[in-house]
Write a protein that binds this ligand. Sequence first.
Ligand SMILES: *Cc1c(COP(=O)(O)O)cnc(C)c1O
Length: 474
Amino acid sequence: MRTIIEPFRIKSVEPIRMTTREERTTFLENAHYNLFALDSENVIIDLLTDSGTSSMSANQWASVMRGDESYAGSPSFDRFHKAVHHLMPFSHIIPTHQGRAAEKILFSIIGGPGKYILNNTHFDTTRANIEFTGAEAIDLVIPEGKIPDLEHPFKGNMDIARLEAFIKEKGAENIPLVMLTITNNSGGGQPVSMANIKDTKYICMKYDIPLFMDACRFAENAWFIKMREPEYANVSVEAIVQEIFSYADGCTMSAKKDALVNMGGWLAMNNPVWAEAARNLLILTEGFPTYGGLAGRDLEAIATGLEEVIDEDYLHYRISSTQYLARHLTEAGIPIVKPAGGHAVYIDARNMLSHITPLHYPGQALAVEMYLHAGIRACEIGTVMFGLQMDGTEKEAPMDLVRLAIPRRVYTQSHIDYVIEALTEINARKNELKGMKIVWQPKQLRHFSARFLPLNCECSQKENFIKAFQAETV
Ligand SMILES: *Cc1c(COP(=O)(O)O)cnc(C)c1O
């Protein structure tokens, strides 16, 4: 059979509330054109993120009932520990409430002024947590990874020559660790090859620097290795995952991605000194080391999710459905990052809306129009997210993308067909779209809370906005 079907049946449904363009115009004005500020009930198809939005399976819900909520020594921690350790055999596995909590703890221990943390591409919370300590976050992805329409099987790969040159220039003693983000979320959900993981490890060993994985989408990365690296074609995903982590000295993980749960994460490592410092910080902000910010039931759901996420029928469906969306957008003439990533399709908004300059946020303009036109919520990954510099100035990001992140096991093919139709219609009148400007922003992670106005907005709307904003801030 050539037709690829969702490898699950639906036992429980969530209704979607349909809205009109008129209603959505009001919702958007009230949200100051920031899609994070919308009520999710007013969104028809929510592609804002694949993080924490997975559907849990019947087995995971059954695990939830089994959760033991003892403060210390819960058997749910043992099941969690066993499931993680089976795939990622680190000596210390420390549960956290989500990925960024693991990052915060890790970089509090090893960061600080004068330090550099190297990565293929740092995710935004990773970068923010590093910079918060005064350290510098350096991105060293291969040059191909920055060319949106260039086909390359592993666009998330680390640039090994630049990695070594950077270590030589700044000194290994100033680089407490090197990270690899698998898959490379901020660079388009692109995988890292096993060969590149090994090469990165080799350089790290040469200079005695630990290698950590930002492991959020480890299973999707392993599937790409199986599909695209010929020597792994007949190796099971489980064995590929185990091999990946055999080259690492630790990892940070958001269970909201490839553990198929709605909340959770962990920090894992082999270094006992760092682990002890991490547990001490964990107790301050997350909780006792056998639950660390999670309920026993959450630990159980993660344990079951880790078994399900390496199921090859699941991964085949997962990656094929992302590729389906990518193929149809390409056929409609919409420029996307090629090839499609694992968890998302990234529209090249800078190219699609070439009449809007980067500092007028073409990605935000497109995301706003997708919501107005069809109630689809997507996420700008571009100058809004990365343009604000540490000194408060602004410069254009390397790319202006709009990410259509696909929640795991949530939408069916007809939902995706609806998205394709909406984007095809927007593309036909793309020259009418106007840029945006920011009228208020915080100092960090501005994309979550910045307030925008369209460049062509009516004067009365602008005045109302300023009045409302002043009333709120007094
Ligand atoms: C989501 C994500 C994180 C942060 O995890 P949270 O659970 O959202 O705190 C870190 N790195 C990458 C690559 C991610 O995708």
